[in-house]
Ligand binder design. Structure first.
Ligand SMILES: NC(=O)c1ccc[n+]([C@@H]2O[C@H](COP(=O)([O-])OP(=O)(O)OC[C@H]3O[C@@H](n4cnc5c(N)ncnc54)[C@H](O)[C@@H]3O)[C@@H](O)[C@H]2O)c1
Length: 351
């Protein structure tokens, strides 16, 4: 149990609203330890048994990517509410099945796009929605690491399970943020390329090429894409797990460039303050504004709280299965473009 533990802590922080009654993992020793430490009475190895136990109303799904769709669908079919980690699937076809199951389900389905709930991101959303940037004609988004190939358990570097490397792991967050800030315009065309310069050679990872305990490295370690969006906005995306850059760098960014102003959102090594800069003109004078936004330590906690609020107040989920699917269609198209060395047409503009 990796990020699942952070979800657990998020639920337990909502003391008067949620009881954490059960956890499930194949690793029985680990859940026995976690169950004892966090006071969770029921522990399951089989997720179906937990879903049909009658003991739970809602679940967080935090599994290797290719299990997200089948396990989310099983939970929805059991009548549960589902908060599913990103990416919601390893490919768009599996994400499509979640959309169909969610449409039939009595429970709610929400994607854990936790970075949306940062207060600095909320400030940017307010600025875009209130027209402070004018027409946003270009977005640059990315996540860049010096060293950070997650190869300890093996599934992250296995294409059949993960669906890909940093593009689907980190790029998925940045794609969602960029699209969400623009109110999810339709993607029209996608051109992309992926490369693996470090992982297969055992560089910038804890895996060595001779390490037989892990599967072969079958994903990319860097990805770049150029996406045309409906309404005339261009989106440049980069995502990598490894590169020769400032030691220890693990930075994410979104720059929104508009006809009235530009916002640079830059998060250096998970910083929560001084992340937003707004460039505009006041009475013809170029002006730089640094909004003072109070940071928050855990955006996961806020995503969990948002999920619980949607259930308790019967509100539509804020990060929908359809949005998860759209991101997966773009990711699939980037891989397809990289393989075929050509631009991929996705949707025809309705405007
Ligand atoms: N939103 C974020 O910022 C964020 C951060 C980290 C991870 N994630 C996502 O969360 C997911 C999990 O990542 P992780 O780092 O926690 O991975 P992990 O490998 O640490 O944990 C996955 C867990 O799933 C368990 N598991 C595997 N198959 C199972 C099955 N059939 N039944 C029950 N348990 C099973 C494993 O034993 C393991 O404990 C991934 O999709 C990842 O992309 C998101």
């Amino acid at each position: 149990m990796g990020v699942g533990l952070i979800h657990l802590e998020g639920y337990q922080a909502l003391k008067n609203e949620v009881d954490v009654v059960a956890i499930c993992d194949l690793d029985e020793t680990r859940i026995a330890e976690i169950g004892a430490e966090y006071g969770v009475p029921l522990r399951y190895k089989d997720f179906n048994e937990m879903f049909t136990s009658g003991e739970v109303d809602a679940v967080s799904i935090c599994l290797p990517n290719s299990l997200h769709a089948p396990v989310s669908i099983a939970a929805l079919e059991a009548g549960l509410h589902v908060l599913c980690e990103k990416p919601i699937a390893e490919k768009a076809a599996s994400a499509q099945k979640i959309v169909e199951a969610a449409a039939q389900a009595s429970g709610k389905f929400m994607v854990c796009y936790n970075r949306r709930y940062r207060p600095d991101v909320a400030w940017m959303k307010m600025a875009v929605d209130n027209g402070l940037l004018g027409h946003v004609y270009q977005v640059k988004a990315g996540w860049v690491r010096e060293t950070g190939i997650p190869a300890k358990t093996g599934w992250f570097i296995t294409k059949a399970i993960a669906g890909g490397g940093p593009l689907i792991d980190l790029g998925v967050h940045m794609l969602d943020l960029a699209l969400w800030l623009l109110n999810y315009p339709k993607p029209l065309t996608v051109s992309g390329d992926v490369q693996a310069n470090f992982g297969p050679n055992g560089l910038k990872t804890n895996r060595k090429p001779t390490d037989d305990a892990l599967p072969p490295y079958s994903v990319e370690d860097s990805a770049n894409a150029f996406i045309r969006l409906e309404g005339g906005t261009l989106l440049n995306l980069e995502a990598n797990w490894a590169s020769h850059t400032k030691p220890g760098k693990d930075d994410l960014y979104v720059t929104l460039i508009g006809t009235k102003g530009t916002i640079e959102f830059y998060v250096e090594n998970y910083a929560s303050e001084n992340t937003v800069t707004f460039f505009t003109e006041i009475e013809g004078t170029p002006t730089t504004i640094h909004p003072y936004i109070i940071g928050q330590p855990s955006d996961h906690r806020y995503a969990v709280a948002e999920f619980v609020k949607c259930i308790r107040e019967d509100l539509p989920p804020t990060a929908t299965a359809e949005q998860g699917l759209m991101v997966m269609k773009i990711i699939d198209a980037i891989y397809q473009s990289a393989e075929n060395h050509r631009e991929i047409a996705l949707e025809v503009s309705s405007k």
